[in-house]
Design a binder for this molecule. Structure first.
Ligand SMILES: [Zn+2]
Length: 447
């Protein structure tokens, strides 16, 4: 672990500000090691590379990776438990594995993610990097309000401890208990989901607690939903709490957080010393030049227990590898949404996150919303439902027209209908991940 110094700007200056050329050299070296290690130790990778007529020695430069086959969630599910408990993607004997996390299984059989001691320590050192990046220092009190049960984001709290912060393992406490902890112990930094950060702030106010005056939270880390990267949503949470909000991004298949915002708040720096990023066409899988929008594909460069080589994430976004104003040289990812959440209306790709960005920026409505996707005459349509503020004198017709026009301007295609509800009528406020998209389509759509 790096020596803890109070005043330095970066957690690991050498790695974080490495010139691009040097960083790519390091990536190539690590990529060669990873591909060789996977080929020699995982029955699945050996079989898959052999079938493609490829050997680890075929990697001469980073772009050679594009010849190698993809893996995805399905690969994880199909190889899990095959041959051994940890399955055919695993490259080490079980006795070298010290930790496994498990995905939520919300989209199928839960997948497990194994770590060796070395993997785990490196994972936590990367988390320390992100915490330091958002301003956490040893004098901070940090409350980790994420699920600890099986969830890969649970152990991220160790990264904060290693940094020297005072850590409170909050987990998923009921809101009233959590508010008691916030009031009594006065932590300065919290990590939770964006919808819960909003819910908690509103709940505090209902209990006569002003999040800005009665609590000491000055930084909120959010992850697990798109909100932290939607400017209007982030701003709304910042205003509610009087705190800075930073978005983190993780994958149960890799790390609790693989990428994090810096003060520039222009995308999330991804740990390029740990992960090699490719962008591919969602239909053909062909490489798209860096900077353009496509599906993000990750290859881990250090993980030994289960290296992920060309893992299709299902996340649509782009990577910006220009140097950031914060001085870090690692690329920044901009996620538009999940491939599964995207829908197509009149040949326009619509992301629910874009709709949210509009809704959260409109005056006279609460910011709660529901998107209903359905078919009519074999065509995909969508309705948007919002809540009118109780003190808004505007007619429902005028408000609906205003919301519709704002969505059209950002998304490119207007909703078939905007439904106006009274304040509090939409049942979307939730302690957990909010369900805001209802897909009523019966046809299957290939995108
Ligand atoms: Zn930056």
């Amino acid at each position: 672990m790096a020596e803890i110094q109070k005043e330095r700007k970066y957690w690991d200056e050498h790695i974080e500000t490495m010139p691009r050329e040097e960083l790519e050299k390091l990536q190539l070296e690590r990529l060669k090691e990873t591909v060789k290690f996977a080929y020699e130790n995982s029955p699945y990778y050996k079989r898959s590379f052999d079938a493609a007529g490829l050997k680890p020695e075929d990697i001469h430069e980073l772009s050679d990776l594009s010849k190698f086959p993809f893996i995805d969630k399905k690969t994880e599910r199909e190889t899990q438990g095959v041959g051994s408990f940890l399955g055919e993607l695993c490259c080490v004997p079980e006795e070298e594995v010290i930790f496994i996390s498990s995905s939520s299984g919300s989209t199928g059989v839960p997948t497990i993610s194994p770590f060796t001691k070395e993997d785990f320590d490196e994972f936590q050192n990367t988390e320390s990097r992100w915490f330091w990046q958002v301003g956490m220092r040893p004098k901070d009190r940090y409350i980790h309000a994420l699920n600890f049960s099986l969830y890969v984001g649970g152990p991220d709290v160790i990264g904060a401890q290693n940094l020297g912060a005072l850590c409170i393992w909050g987990g998923t406490l009921p809101s009233e208990r959590l508010l008691f902890v916030l009031k009594t112990y006065q932590p300065t930094i919290i990590w939770t989901s964006p919808s819960y950060a909003w819910y908690l702030g509103e709940t505090a106010k209902k209990h006569g607690i002003d999040p800005k005056k009665d609590l000491s939270i000055r930084t909120i880390i959010v992850a697990g939903e798109m909100g932290g990267s939607i400017d209007t949503t982030r701003k709304a949470i910042e205003d509610l709490w009087g705190a800075k909000v930073y978005d983190f991004y993780g994958l149960s298949d890799i790390y609790g957080a693989c990428a994090a915002m810096c003060d520039a708040k222009d995308g999330l720096h991804i740990a390029e010393d740990q992960i090699y990023v490719e962008t591919v066409d969602i239909h053909t899988g062909k490489i798209i030049p860096n900077g353009e929008v496509g599906e993000l594909v990750y290859t881990t460069l250090r993980k030994k227990a289960r290296p992920m080589i060309r893992f299709r994430t299902g996340d649509i976004g782009r990577i910006d590898q220009t140097k950031c104003s914060c001085g870090r040289t690692h690329g920044r990812i901009h996620i538009l949404g999940r491939k599964d959440d995207m829908f197509i209306v009149s040949a326009v790709n619509v992301f629910p996150s874009d709709i949210e960005a509009v809704i959260r920026g409109i005056d006279g409505i609460t910011g709660e919303y529901l998107v209903r996707i359905y078919e009519k005459d074999l065509t995909c349509k969508y309705n948007v439902e919002v809540e009118k503020n109780s003190d808004n004198p505007e007619s429902d017709e005028d408000l609906a027209a205003r919301v519709s026009a704002a969505i059209k301007a950002r998304v490119g295609v207007k909703p078939a209908k905007v439904v106006i509800h009274p304040d509090g009528a939409l049942n979307t406020r939730s302690e957990h991940k909010s369900k805001r998209i209802i897909d009523e389509r019966s046809l299957s759509y290939n995108i």
